[in-house]
Unconditional design. Structure first.
Length: 259
C-alpha cells in the first residue's frame, strides 16, 4: 500500500496560489524530502495532508484515508512535527507525554519504557521536568519529535524537523528515521538542509512557487539535468533558477562589505 497519495492539490490565499496542482506519492518504507525556497508551498501542502487546511481542489490521502474528510483518523496514523512549535508552554515534557499517551490510549508501562529510551538517546533526561517554556529551541524540537514518535506511527510527517538540533541529536534523529523505515514505516519531510535530503532520503520532490517542478532520486535528478556527479545544492539552485540570483546577491554583498 502507498503511504501518501496527493492528487492535483490546489490552495490559494486571495490571489496567491500557494499550492498549484501538486501530485505526489510516498511509498511504504520510503523517505521522501520536499525541497523548495521559502514560501514555495511545502508547509501548506503538509497542512492539507494533515487535514489542518481545506484544499480548494484535489485530494490528499494517508493510507487511503482522505485527510480533509477524516482528519482525526489521519492524525492517529501519523507522527507529525509541525513547522511552528505548538507546545503547551506551562507543561513539562513529562506532563505533555503523559497527556498524549492518555489521549491516544497507550498503556502507561509501555510509554514509560519508550520515553526513557528516547530521553536517554537524545540526552534529554535533565529537562524532563522543566516547563517547556524554559527549554531551548533545540530541546523544544526534541520534545516535539519524541511526542510524534510515542505512538509508533506508521508514517512520519516532519516539517523542517532537524533545524535546531545539535549535531549529536540530529544524527540520532536521522538514525531513528532510518530505523523507522527499516521497520516498514514511511516518512515525508521538508528540509532546507541539502545534506539531509542527500544522505537520508530515497526520493526528493522540488517545489517552486506552488508547483512540483521535479521529482526523483538524486541520480535521476542528476541525469535529467545532465549534470553528472552534481551536488543536490547545485541541482536545486539550477532547477529553481536561483543560480544567477545567488551570484548577483553575493556580488552586491561583496561590494557592500568591502566599501
Ligand atoms: N494563512 C495564510 N494566509 C495567507 N498566505 C499564506 C498563509 N499560509 C501561507 N501563505 C502563503 O503561501 C505561500 C506558501 O507558504 P508555505 O508556508 O507553504 O511555504 P514553505 O514552502 O513552507 O516556506 P518555508 O520554507 O519558508 O517554510 C507563501 O507565499 C505564504 O506567504
Ligand atoms: Mg514551511
Amino acid at each position: 500500500m502507498v503511504a501518501i497519495v496527493i492528487e492535483n492539490l490546489v490552495k490559494s490565499f486571495g490571489d496567491l496560489v500557494a499550492v498549484n496542482d501538486v501530485s505526489l506519492e510516498v511509498r511504504e518504507g520510503e523517505i521522501y524530502a520536499l525541497l523548495g525556497p521559502n514560501g514555495a508551498g511545502k508547509t501548506t501542502t503538509i497542512k492539507m495532508l494533515m487535514g489542518l487546511l481545506d484544499p480548494d481542489s484535489g485530494s490528499a490521502k494517508v493510507f487511503g484515508i482522505d485527510s480533509n474528510e477524516n482528519p482525526v483518523e489521519v492524525k492517529n496514523l501519523v507522527g507529525y512535527v509541525p513547522e511552528e512549535q505548538q507546545l503547551y508552554d506551562s507543561l513539562t515534557p513529562r506532563e505533555l507525554f503523559n497527556f498524549i499517551a492518555s489521549i491516544r490510549g497507550l498503556p502507561e508501562e509501555k510509554i514509560t519504557k519508550r520515553m526513557k529510551e528516547f530521553l536517554k538517546a537524545l540526552d534529554f533526561e535533565q529537562y524532563y521536568d522543566n516547563m517547556i517554556i524554559t527549554l531551548s529551541q533545540g530541546n523544544k524540537q526534541k520534545t516535539m519529535l519524541i511526542a510524534a514518535l510515542l505512538h509508533r506511527p506508521k508514517l512520519l510527517i516532519l516539517d523542517e524537523p532537524f533545524s535546531s538540533l545539535d549535531v549529536r541529536s540530529a544524527k540520532i534523529m536521522k538514525d531513528i528515521v532510518k530505523i523507522h523505515t527499516e521497520n516498514g514505516g514511511s516518512v515525508l519531510l521538508s528540509t532546507h538542509v541539502m545534506e539531509v535530503a542527500e544522505g537520508l532520503c530515497d526520493r526528493v520532490g522540488i517545489i517552486d512557487e506552488g508547483k512540483l517542478i521535479e521529482e526523483g532520486t538524486l541520480e535521476e535528478l542528476r541525469s535529467k539535468s545532465e549534470k553528472e556527479g552534481a551536488t543536490l545544492e547545485s541541482l536545486f539552485l539550477k532547477l529553481t533558477e536561483q543560480e544567477e540570483d545567488v551570484a548577483k546577491g553575493v556580488a552586491i554583498l561583496r561590494e557592500a562589505l568591502t566599501d
